[in-house]
Design a binder for this molecule. Sequence first.
Ligand code: SF4
Ligand code: SF4
Length: 213
Amino acid sequence: METVRVEVYKEYENGTLGLGVRVVDDEATVADLLEVWEPLSDDPGVRKRYASGTGSCRGCVNNCCNSAFVIPDLIAFKAVCRETGTTAGECLDRWFDPESREAGILRWRYGPCVFLKDRLCSIYRQRSLICRFYLCTNMLGETEQMIYSVVTAGISALYVRLEERGLLNPVDRGLTGFEQALRDLVKEYRDHPGTMEFLKADGYHEVMLKAFP
Ligand code: SF4
Ligand code: SF4
């Protein structure tokens, strides 16, 4: 019998029904979390604020990929490089927004996302944690915090790896408050145990959730 490592549940918090996950096995990984989380995008039982039609992300005309702000995590970045046959440097030049890069923000080209083709994600199997976790629904506080930490650690790991390789070269220009806050956040996570997990992992199945208590 397959071991259940992460469970999904719903609960009221401050009078609002929210979606939560509970880690029930100390050996659970980010892959276990994704396994229960990703199907929720097509679950009409999970109320989505901007969904059109069936309540599923499939066929949603408000497709959030049109306006998504996506900074990939290290594992997604490596997967996209592998899939597209690009080096890290080529990947940065080809797929990342140049202005954001100048500010030290590693954001996929956007408006709509550069990987959105015919309203579908062309790198679906390699998409980043931000894309995998995003749902326009209410989340319980602790779950939101855990997902936020996992995503930020994965992003911070990408920054650490690219910096080691001399591939992060922001120019010396004034930053907006938002840009500065993002950079500070990524910096703050550099020594997070979760960031260490991402740095030594080849896939989400190697990133332990116990690094995100
Ligand atoms: S998460 Fe995105 S695709 Fe899914 S229902 Fe919300 S807006 Fe639509
Ligand atoms: S990478 Fe794919 S899932 Fe993520 S925003 Fe772009 S098109 Fe959407």
